[in-house]
Write a protein that binds this ligand. Structure first.
Ligand SMILES: [Zn+2]
Length: 217
């Protein structure tokens, strides 16, 4: 079990906020990426400001082995959005090891775990981190609602964690599937909130992460 010297009240779980998911020309871009990008920016800034530790996940696939066609090793698309990477960040590549220092969140503001799947609990080290981590509240953002976000929420809920999904900071590629996913998360006890509810309306107009016309207006 992970037993940090201090137990954070809140943890931000930043799920697969990678270029392929969130910029217009990404290989698996979500709908309404402009608003999602702006809200991710706001939530990451708030986490930094309030010293809320961040656990991030990132999909990475071998292009020659059962790849889904996005987040491929060696491509720009798998990179995390620049503003989702904090200073004092540690990154774990994919591995079957479960080695994990006990004091990670005492030493780092953010730990990024690469995974070869959508469900973080299928990745041994990340499973150990999330299962052992205690916090009063887990805030979830990222992509996609019907994929990694749902898998993360369901796994945390199953392990007795308090999960709040920030719905306007979660992207989807399949709206009917996302609606079903939100319904399932709610049925298992997830709470829904939003960046707007927590942080107020946004004045952020231009998001430099994406070069498309919509994002530069
Ligand atoms: Zn854009």
């Amino acid at each position: 079990m992970i037993a940090p010297r201090y137990q954070p009240k809140q943890v931000l779980i930043d799920i697969d906020t990678q270029r392929d998911m969130l910029v217009a020309n990404g290989a698996a871009s979500v709908y309404n990426h402009r608003n999602i990008l702006a809200n991710i920016h706001r939530v990451m800034a708030a986490a930094r400001h309030h010293h809320i530790p961040t656990i991030s996940t990132a999909q990475v696939y071998d292009p020659d082995y059962h790849s889904p066609g996005y987040c491929l090793a060696g491509t720009r698309g798998l990179k995390k959005l620049k503003y989702t990477v904090r200073g004092n960040c540690l990154c774990y590549p994919t591995s079957d090891s479960t080695d994990l220092p006990l004091d990670l969140l005492d030493r780092y503001n953010q730990v990024v775990f690469c995974k070869r799947c959508e469900d973080p609990f299928e990745e041994p080290r990340l499973d150990r981190m999330l299962t052992g981590l205690k916090a009063d509240e887990f805030y979830l953002i990222g992509a996609t609602a019907e994929g990694s976000v749902k898998a993360t929420a369901m796994g945390l809920l199953k392990r007795g964690k308090e999960v709040t999904v920030l719905t306007d900071v979660v992207g989807t590629r399949n709206r009917p599937a996302a609606i079903r996913a939100f319904r399932e998360m709610k049925a298992k006890g997830a709470i829904f909130s939003s960046a707007t509810e927590l942080l107020g309306p946004s004045a952020l107009k231009i998001i430099h992460a994406c070069p498309c016309k919509r994002c530069s207006k």
